[in-house]
Design a protein around this ligand. Structure first.
Ligand SMILES: Cc1ncc(C[n+]2csc(CCOP(=O)(O)OP(=O)(O)O)c2C)c(N)n1
Length: 673
C-alpha cells in the first residue's frame, strides 16, 4: 500500500470504493457504481456528521440513517463494518448470498444499523418523514428546558429514481408544510438511471422544486469535495426550520476508467479486469481482494468509538432528567419498553343490542377516543377523510408546526406517503401509528403496506367504506378485490369486524398485536349490534373465527361470514331452523388470526365431517374455497360494483337472507360425489 497518500481521508474513501467493487464482483450481482461515487459523502456522514454508537445500534438518540437508494447498500454495509457495527468482512464477502446479513437491499432486522428496509425507490425518502415526525413528537412531549433528550436528526441518501417516484413528492410536500427541520436529505445527482442519462425522462429543476416545497436547498458541484460536503451538512444541521436537501453532483462508477458516468456502472459488476483497473487507479494491489489497510480500519473504528462517549453523555443527561422529571421519564420508559399501559382495557366501550345500529367506522372512532388518554403514543390520522373514517381524537390537537405534540395528523390527499410515513413512525418503536382512508384507496398504499409486512412492524391501517355497501359513490369506490389482496400479504393481519363490539375487540387485538401490520376493515353503513347475551362474546374475535351461534342439534351446514354480512347469516340460521335445518354460524373476522390457532380449535370450528359450508362476503370469492371445501359454496362478488343506494346494491348482488337460504338449500340438496 502506498504511503504517499496525501491524506488518510482519501485512503479511507478509496478503500470503501474498492470494497464495493470487490463485493459486487464476488457476488456477481449488485450495484457498484453508486457506492463508489458516494464514498466521500459516506465518509463525511459516518466520520463527522452523524451521532451513532456501533456498540449499541439501538441507542435511542442516535441519528437515523436511511439509504433510500437501497440498491447502493454496499455503501452502508461498508461503513457499518468499518465503524464497528456487528458486521464482519466475511459478511461483506457474503453479499447477496443465502442467509447472509448483507442482502441485496438493506433489510431491517437482518443487520443492526439498518433502520428500515429499502429498495423500492421513493419509500425510504417518505419513511424519513415518518422518522422526522416521530422525533418531533417525542421532543415536544418529553424535552424540557436544558434537557434535549430527543434531538436526533434524520439523514437520507436519495437518488434520481427516488425523486422521480410520486411518493417522494407527496412526502416532500408534507415535510415542507410541517417544516420538519430535522431532516437532512442528500440527493445523489449523478445524471444516470438504468436506461441511460436522466435527460431521457427527468428535466425538472430539482432545486427549485424543493424550494417551492419549502425546503432549504444547497447545491454542490463536486461530490468528491469532502470539505464542501462537510460545510453543506453543517449548514443543513443549523437550518432547523426547514427540511434540507443537498443536491450533490456525483459521477457513478467514480474510479472506474471505462464505466464512470455510464448506466452499466449502475446494476452489474464492473468485471474482473475493470475492478483491477479501479484498484490500480486508487493505488491498491490489483491482485488483492477485500483489502482494508490497517490505518483505515483504525481510523473508522476510532470514529465509531466516539459514539460510545456520545451515548454515555446522553445517559448522564437522561439520568438527571429522570431525577427532575420522573413522571415523564417513567412515561417514556413505558413507551419504549413496548409494554401497554395499565387500565386501558377497562375503558373499552361495550355496545348493547338495544342501541341503534352503528357503522363499524363509528364504533372504531368511539373506541379510539375511549382509550386515547391511556396511549400517548397512539397517534395518527387520515388522508383528508377523518370525518368519514372517524379517526379524529376529539380531545387532542392536530400535529402542526405550532403543536408537534399534537396527535391528529392531516396527511392531505397523499395515501401513498401516509403509508410510508406511518412505517417511519412505527420504526421509531415507541409510537403506534394509524392511518385511515377508504378501503378502495388502500391500493394507493400497497407498497408501504407490503413493506410494513416485510419488516413485521406495527403500523395500523384503518380502511372504511369496505364494500359495495357504501352505495352511491359507485364502482370506483366499491372495494372488491382488496380483501383478498391484503390477505395474500404474508405477516399481514386483516380484521373485518361484524359489528360494534367486534370492532372494539379488533382494536384490542391490533394494539396487542406484534409481528406485523394490522388492517381494520370497517363499514360506512350502519349495522345492527349483535346481542352479546344471546350470542358468543365478541372477545372471541381474537381467534379469527368462532362459533357465533351454534345450532341446537348437530349442524348440517356451516354458514361463514365476515363484517356486515354476519347479520345476514345469523338471520338465515334462524329461518333455516324454522325449516328444521340446523346451521352453525361462524363469524370469521380474520383469516390470519384463525390460521394461528391450533389444529384442535380449527377442527372445532370447521369439523372435517361437515363439508357443506357456505361463505358470504361482499368481496372477491377468491380464496374462500380453502374454508368452504370443494363441497361448499361462496356468495362473493367477482365483478365490479355499481352506483346505487347501498342496500339496493347489496340486494342486487345477492346479499340477502333469501339468497343465502336458497344457496344453502342448494348445497344441502347436492348429492355427495
Ligand atoms: C419502485 C422501484 N421501481 C424500480 C426499481 C428498479 N430500479 C432500481 S435502481 C433504479 C434506477 C436507478 O437510477 P437512480 O435512482 O438514479 O440510481 P443510480 O443509478 O444513480 O444509483 C431502478 C429503476 C426500484 N428499485 N424501485
Amino acid at each position: 500500500m502506498s504511503t504517499t497518500k496525501e491524506s488518510i481521508q482519501q485512503l479511507c474513501i478509496d478503500t470503501v470504493r474498492v470494497l464495493a467493487a470487490d463485493a459486487v464482483q464476488k457476488a456477481n450481482s449488485g450495484h457498484p457504481g453508486t457506492p463508489m461515487a458516494l464514498a466521500p459523502l459516506g465518509h463525511v456522514l459516518w466520520s463527522e456528521s452523524m451521532n451513532y454508537n456501533p456498540q449499541n445500534p439501538e441507542w435511542v438518540n442516535r441519528d437515523r440513517f436511511i439509504l433510500s437508494a437501497g440498491h447502493a447498500c454496499m455503501l452502508q454495509y461498508n461503513f457499518l463494518h468499518l465503524t464497528g457495527y456487528p458486521i464482519t468482512l466475511d459478511d461483506i464477502k457474503k453479499f447477496r448470498q443465502l442467509h447472509s446479513k448483507t442482502a441485496g437491499h438493506p433489510e431491517y432486522g437482518l443487520l443492526p444499523g439498518i433502520e428500515v428496509t429499502t429498495g423500492p425507490l421513493g419509500q425510504g425518502f417518505a419513511n424519513g418523514v415518518g422518522f422526522a415526525i416521530a422525533q418531533k413528537y417525542m421532543a415536544a412531549r418529553f424535552n424540557r428546558s436544558g434537557f434535549d433528550i430527543f434531538d436526533y436528526k434524520i439523514y437520507v441518501i436519495c437518488s434520481d429514481g427516488d425523486l422521480m417516484e410520486g411518493v417522494a413528492s407527496e412526502a416532500a410536500s408534507i415535510a415542507g408544510h410541517l417544516q420538519l427541520g430535522n431532516m437532512i436529505y442528500l440527493y445523489d445527482d449523478n445524471h444516470i438511471t438504468i436506461e441511460g442519462n436522466t435527460n431521457l425522462t427527468f428535466d425538472e429543476n430539482v432545486a427549485q422544486r424543493f424550494e417551492s416545497y419549502g425546503w432549504h436547498v444547497q447545491e454542490l458541484a463536486d461530490g468528491n469535495d469532502v470539505d464542501a460536503l462537510s460545510d453543506a451538512i453543517k449548514k443543513a444541521q443549523e437550518e432547523t426550520n426547514r427540511p434540507s436537501l443537498i443536491k450533490i453532483r456525483t459521477h457513478i462508477g467514480y474510479g472506474s476508467p471505462n464505466k464512470i458516468d455510464t448506466a452499466s456502472a449502475h446494476g452489474s459488476p464492473l468485471g474482473e479486469a475493470e475492478v483491477k483497473l479501479v484498484k490500480k487507479n486508487f493505488d491498491f494491489d490489483p491482485d488483492k481482494y477485500f483489502e482494508v489497510p490497517d490505518e483505515v480500519l483504525k481510523y473508522y473504528r476510532a470514529v465509531g468509538e466516539k459514539g460510545v462517549k456520545k451515548e454515555l453523555d446522553w445517559n448522564a443527561l437522561y439520568k438527571s432528567y429522570k431525577e427532575k422529571y420522573t413522571a415523564l421519564a417513567n412515561e417514556y420508559e413505558l413507551l419504549s419498553s413496548g409494554k401497554l399501559p395499565e387500565g386501558w382495557k377497562e375503558k373499552l366501550p361495550v355496545f348493547k343490542a338495544d342501541e341503534k345500529p352503528i357503522a363499524t367506522r363509528k364504533a372504531s372512532g368511539k373506541t379510539l377516543n375511549a382509550i386515547a388518554d391511556h396511549f400517548p403514543n397512539l397517534i395518527g390520522g387520515s388522508a383528508d377523510l377523518s370525518p368519514s373514517t372517524d379517526t379524529n381524537l376529539e380531545k387532542y390537537k392536530s400535529f402542526s408546526l405550532a403543536n408537534y405534540d399534537g396527535r391528529n395528523f392531516h396527511f392531505g390527499i397523499r395515501e401513498h406517503a401516509m403509508g410510508s410515513i406511518l412505517n417511519g413512525m412505527a420504526l421509531s418503536k415507541y409510537i403506534i401509528p394509524y392511518g385511515a382512508t377508504f378501503f378502495v384507496f388502500s391500493d394507493y398504499m400497497r407498497p408501504p403496506i407490503r413493506l410494513a409486512a416485510i419488516m413485521k412492524i406495527r403500523s395500523i391501517f384503518i380502511f372504511t367504506h369496505d364494500s359495495i355497501g357504501l352505495g352511491e359513490d359507485g364502482t370506483t369506490h366499491q372495494p372488491i378485490e382488496q380483501l383478498i389482496g391484503l390477505r395474500s400479504i404474508p405477516n399481514m393481519t386483516v380484521i373485518r369486524p361484524a359489528d360494534a363490539n367486534e370492532t372494539v375487540q379488533a382494536w384490542r387485538v391490533a394494539l396487542e398485536h406484534t409481528g406485523g401490520p394490522v388492517a381494520l376493515i370497517l363499514t360506512r353503513q350502519e349495522i345492527p349490534i349483535i346481542n352479546q347475551e344471546k350470542y358468543t362474546s365478541a372477545t372471541e374475535l381474537e381467534k379469527g373465527a368462532y362459533l357465533l351461534s351454534e345450532s341446537e342439534t348437530p349442524p348440517k351446514i356451516i354458514l361463514i361470514s365476515t363484517g356486515s354480512e354476519v347479520q345476514l347469516i345469523l338471520a338465515a340460521q334462524q329461518r333455516l331452523k324454522e325449516g328444521n335445518i340446523a346451521a352453525r354460524v361462524v363469524s370469521m373476522p380474520s383469516w390470519e388470526l384463525f390460521e394461528k390457532q391450533d389444529a384442535a380449535y380449527k377442527e372445532k370450528v370447521f369439523p372435517g365431517i361437515i363439508r357443506k359450508r357456505l361463505a358470504v362476503e361482499a368481496g372477491s370469492s377468491l380464496g374462500w374455497h380453502k374454508y368452504v371445501t370443494d363441497d361448499g359454496d361462496v356468495i362473493g362478488i367477482d365483478k365490479f360494483g355499481e352506483s346505487a343506494p347501498g342496500d339496493e346494491v347489496m340486494n342486487e348482488y345477492g346479499f340477502t337472507v333469501e339468497n343465502i337460504i336458497k344457496r344453502a338449500l342448494g348445497l344441502l340438496e347436492k348429492q355427495e360425489p
